[in-house]
Design a protein. Structure first.
Length: 743
């Protein structure tokens, strides 16, 4: 199951690099757009300013023309020559010819006080008065305004002693279009300047002068205002990409337009700087690409390291299988899915059998190799499973979605076969089996912990039922488990509440003399009454409580029996205890504290405790023996003890298991077995005692086999320490009798 699929990785890469790329390119595009915008704005502002300048310049041009006419007409001589008595020669020289030659006025006219033309000149030459008809229309609009101003000015009075009378010129101008030609027409009232001569009457003549807007004028105007390609166009012209100003007549109607190519300083600048600018943008683009490339590399590294750490977080390092965290995530997702169409989920708990033996006898490296090999096999043979996870140690979980129950059975068979197949390792042949527990989930709403617990409970049933088997979870099993849990809690509190105590079962010689006693633990449960050690000792071993329980036993036994004289005491020690570091030291310390003599104590170990060659066990046994404790092999015959084990640990005594004693009643075979055991013990120079002797017949047969020591209900029930002490004192006098029934 991939935690971070390719498409998800690509998506994340895009999500992380995308904004950087986007921002970089957006930044570049923004820069280009901003430049274009600025250039355009620059051009527009420049064009607007230029337009205002040209408009004002054209107005100035008209004012200058007015001023030219005014210098000729605002003059005492003009009053004399045009008003007092019309002098055509004077008019030729000072009006018609002068205005044309020096200022380009092609048409000049003089109107008398009644607005009748009395003089006409065209291009500096006197012309027929009828030529005034062309400008009559324009004159008729301007003349009444001049007369109005003349009226407001009033009569000019002589001012003696003054050089001039300083009367502002009375003028009007207009732009007119006549016969396809546009003119600037100026109308000026004849007035005195020094006032030496004054107009004859209240109305003076008026001079009309017209100057065409022609190529010459355009040329000088455009030179003055630095205009490009200045043209005079028709009133409706709207040339693209050119600036225009409209020329209006006195009624406000557009008679022509002046048009020119606007100055574009921004565009000009852009053209001048285009290569440096393009170079700058290219450098920025290259930098952006480098940033993006670097960004991509960093993002790739980030994603890779995240993928690695996610893999580490979700996988077991030894087998590379999914671990507990991924199992929970997957299980949660599968349990949240719909269970429709008969689809169900099997949670299969796999626990190796006898894995600890491999670890203990061959070391952790062998255990690791075994786990790795089996994990590989599980991967190969469980291809149809949703997930194979290692929970830790020798515990695995397999998840399977299925429709037919046979699919689960089939998968379980494959798992059993994969685990139990022998492994040829560098440590020799390795062999384990496994116990399976299956929880079948067919409805939603089950919590992952619950589902796993059910599979675990079923797996323990497989273990109890003889291992290498499959158990499907049933709700009743959960009840049993709960009961076990309660019992465990009770046992924990029993360690301090006085409900635990020791009894001692006498061991007698053939004469019936009590030579020893085996310490046996008793638990008197406040509610459930006496609970046999066969129930709570294995529970304590599984839960780890055995260490505390074992210490309790040692303290109790040493303190109750330290004062006994000449009576050996057997103490049962669990395999878990003897395999723990410092156990021998603990025993020694407790014995010393109680003042007990080690040589009077016999440590009873079962055959399984001595299986394999666990170095801690060996060290503990050796230390105990060195200090004077003797070792008995309990329940002899039920395990796998080899002669080598008996020798390696220099066991002092074997205790023939009760099952063999029972068998004595049934067949001759039993007798042969007991006989062989006694002989074996003799040949190895070991003591031998028979356990569970209940009848005199059994005792006799044991005697016949050469057994000289006995323990059982026949020779003595387990009793309190004081009762045993008394019994031992009597033992020499008379054989021990049954004291009370086992309770
Ligand atoms: P074990 O060490 O083999 O102890 C002998 C068991 O046989 C005792 O059962 C004893 O009461 C019983 N027994 C003795 N004579 C007869 C007989 O004639 N007939 C029958 N049917 N039974 C007889 P108990 O006390 O129930 O202990 C069972 C096992 O619990 C012990 O087997 C021992 O393995 C374990 N155990 C008891 N006390 C302790 C302890 O203090 N520490 C540890 N680690 N294990 C203990
Ligand atoms: Mg025992
Ligand atoms: Mg026994």
């Amino acid at each position: 199951m991939s935690l971070l699929g390719d498409s998800s990785r690509d998506w994340r890469r895009t999500r992380l690099v995308g904004p950087v790329m986007g921002m970089t390119f957006a930044g570049l595009a923004l820069l280009v757009l901003l430049s274009i915008f600025l250039v355009q704005r620059f051009d527009i502002v420049a064009a607007e300013r230029e337009q205002v300048l040209v408009e004002q310049g054209f107005e100035r041009q008209i004012e200058e023309l007015d001023a030219v006419v005014a210098t000729q007409v605002d003059w005492d001589d003009a009053i004399t020559a045009l008003d007092h008595k019309f002098d055509p020669e004077w008019a030729d020289f000072n009006v018609g010819n002068y205005l044309y030659t020096f200022n380009g006025f092609t048409h000049s006219y003089v109107l008398d006080r009644d607005e009748r033309p009395i003089y006409a000149a065209v291009r500096g030459e006197r012309a027929p008065l009828s030529s005034f008809a062309r400008f009559e229309g324009a004159a008729r609009r301007m003349v009444p305004l001049i007369r109005q101003a003349e009226l407001w000015r009033g009569t000019i009075l002589p001012r003696p002693g003054k050089n001039n009378i300083v009367i502002p010129p009375i003028q009007r101008n207009a732009i007119v279009s006549i016969g396809g030609q546009t003119y600037i027409v100026s109308a000026t009232l004849v007035q005195p300047d020094f006032g030496k001569v004054l107009p004859k009457g209240p109305r003076a003549p008026i001079v009309i002068a017209a100057k065409p807007i022609d190529a010459g004028m355009l040329k000088s105007f455009s030179r003055r205002y630095l205009l490009d390609n200045l043209l005079l166009l028709g009133p409706t012209a709207q040339p693209a990409g050119r600036s225009v100003i409209e020329l209006r007549d006195m009624d406000g109607a557009v008679v022509a337009t002046l048009s020119w190519v606007p100055r574009q300083p921004g565009t000009y600048l852009l053209q001048k700087l285009q290569w440096p600018l393009l170079g700058g943008i290219a450098v920025l683009a290259i930098l952006a690409l480098l940033v993006i490339r670097r960004g991509r590399a960093i993002v790739n590294e980030l994603i890779a390291s995240e993928t690695r750490s996610r893999h580490l977080a979700y996988h077991d390092q030894l087998t590379q299988l999914p671990n507990r965290a991924l199992l929970f995530e997957t299980l949660r997702a599968l349990l949240a899915a719909r269970f429709g169409d008969g689809n169900r989920l099997a949670v299969i708990c796999v626990d190796f059998d006898r894995f600890k033996d491999v670890n203990d006898t061959l070391g952790h490296h062998a255990g690791d190799e075994l786990i790795q090999t089996v994990a590989g096999r599980l991967r190969e043979s469980c291809g149809d499973a949703e997930l194979i996870a290692r929970l830790g140690g020798d515990e695995f979980v397999v998840l399977l979605e299925f429709a037919e129950e046979e699919q689960v059975h089939d998968l379980c068979r494959r798992i059993l076969a994969a685990v139990s197949e022998r492994i040829d390792s560098e440590f020799g042949w390795l062999e384990v089996g496994c116990s399976l527990g299956v929880a079948v989930i067919d409805h939603a709403g089950v919590e992952p912990t619950e589902a796993l617990r059910w599979a675990d409970v079923a797996m323990y049933r497989s273990k109890e039922g003889g291992r290498q088997r499959v158990t499907f979870f049933e709700p009743e099993m959960d009840d049993a488990l709960s009961a076990r849990r309660l019992l465990e809690a009770d046992l924990r509190s029993a360690l301090g509440d006085g409900s635990l105590g020791m009894v001692y079962q006498p061991q007698v010689d053939r004469t019936g003399r009590v030579t020893a006693a085996e310490a046996l633990l008793r638990w008197n449960h406040p509610v459930r009454g006496a609970i046999p050690p066969g129930i709570f000792v294995p529970l304590a071993e599984e839960t780890g409580l055995i260490m505390a329980l074992g210490e309790f036993v040692l303290r109790q036994v040493f303190s109750e029996t330290a004062q006994w004289v000449g009576l050996r005491v057997g103490i049962n020690v669990s395999a878990v205890q003897i395999r723990s570091h410092g156990f021998a030291a603990l025993v020694t310390r407790l014995a010393a504290q109680a003042g007990a003599d080690p040589s009077r104590y016999e440590i009873e170990l079962t055959e399984t405790a001595l299986l394999g060659d666990d170095p801690i066990t060996a060290a503990n046994v050796e230390a105990l023996k060195r200090l004077g404790f003797s070792i008995a092999l309990d329940d002899f015959g039920t395990g796998y003890t080899s002669l080598a084990v008996l020798q390696r640990y220099s066991v002092n005594r074997i205790k023939i298991d009760r099952s063999f004693v029972c068998a004595l009643d049934e067949s001759g075979e039993g007798e042969a077995l007991v006989d062989a055991m006694v002989k074996l013990a003799r040949s190895l120079n070991l003591g031998v005692i028979a356990e569970g002797v209940e009848t005199e017949a059994q005792r006799k047969r044991l005697m016949a086999c050469g057994c000289r020591e006995f323990q059982g209900y026949l020779t003595g029930m387990p009793q309190r320490a004081d009762a045993i002490a008394a019994l031992a004192g009597l033992a020499a006098a008379e054989p021990v009798r049954k004291v009370r029934k086992r309770g």
